[in-house]
Design a protein around this ligand. Sequence first.
Ligand SMILES: NC(=O)c1ccc[n+]([C@@H]2O[C@H](COP(=O)([O-])OP(=O)(O)OC[C@H]3O[C@@H](n4cnc5c(N)ncnc54)[C@H](O)[C@@H]3O)[C@@H](O)[C@H]2O)c1
Length: 245
Amino acid sequence: MPNLNYDFTGRTVIITGAAQGIGLEVGRFFQSAGAATFLVDYDGEAVQAAAAQLGATGIRADVSNTDDVERAVKAAVEATGRIDIIVNNAGILRDTVLWKMTDEDWEQVLAIHAGGTFKFTRAAVPYFREQNFGRIVNVTSYTGLHGNTGQANYATAKAGIIGLTKTSAKELARFGVTVNAISPNAKTRMVASIPDDKMAYLVAQIPMGRFAEAEEMAAAIGFLASDEAGYITGTVLPVDGGISM
Ligand SMILES: NC(=O)c1ccc[n+]([C@@H]2O[C@H](COP(=O)([O-])OP(=O)(O)OC[C@H]3O[C@@H](n4cnc5c(N)ncnc54)[C@H](O)[C@@H]3O)[C@@H](O)[C@H]2O)c1
């Protein structure tokens, strides 16, 4: 884990899609930095195992389901009295060229990425307003800015997250809330499904010559969620080894 000396003692954080990959490593970072850390995932068994591993709290919830989202935020508030940070990271891929893409492929990807990000943001706002403090870090993608063959659904959802980040940043600034996004590039299960030849091509495009480890995303997310980053809002920070230059 990066040696980051952030102190999140007294802060409550929810990370979605935290049973594995980037979310799990972000959870590890916040837990070790003293936050009351709530891991959310729709894989109930995996999220409880992840939470037990970190000493955090696991919540089974589907980010595209309004009742699940409201329940997850309430659980964190009931346990700690507050909610300070939401990391909207949960995601899926349903890749295929658009002429083969089903309505379900389209709707699921939008509902989870863009819908989940919207629903968690909306659920946290009443508490953020009361506290006059909040941090939201969304997870978008290079694909959201540039498009990618086979990812019409994902590109649309990730571009939507950028619009949502900027709009919620504008709406919530007056309540002491910042909303930012990162655009990652990390070696996770999501990337493992990319065929070898395409992977070699992708790595060749990255100036740093490699994909990041998932834990390297925690540095950027931790910074954007810190008290010290209170004047940074509405940004999309590429954490991508320079591929988007
Ligand atoms: N890995 C990369 O290089 C990369 C690049 C760009 C963007 N991203 C984004 O980063 C985020 C995390 O990706 P990852 O690589 O760690 O993926 P991952 O597949 O390893 O983890 C995603 C997690 O989200 C959970 N999830 C999926 N749908 C959910 C739902 N409806 N409700 C709750 N949980 C749900 C999964 O169970 C899983 O644990 C995603 O939003 C992804 O689009 C990743």
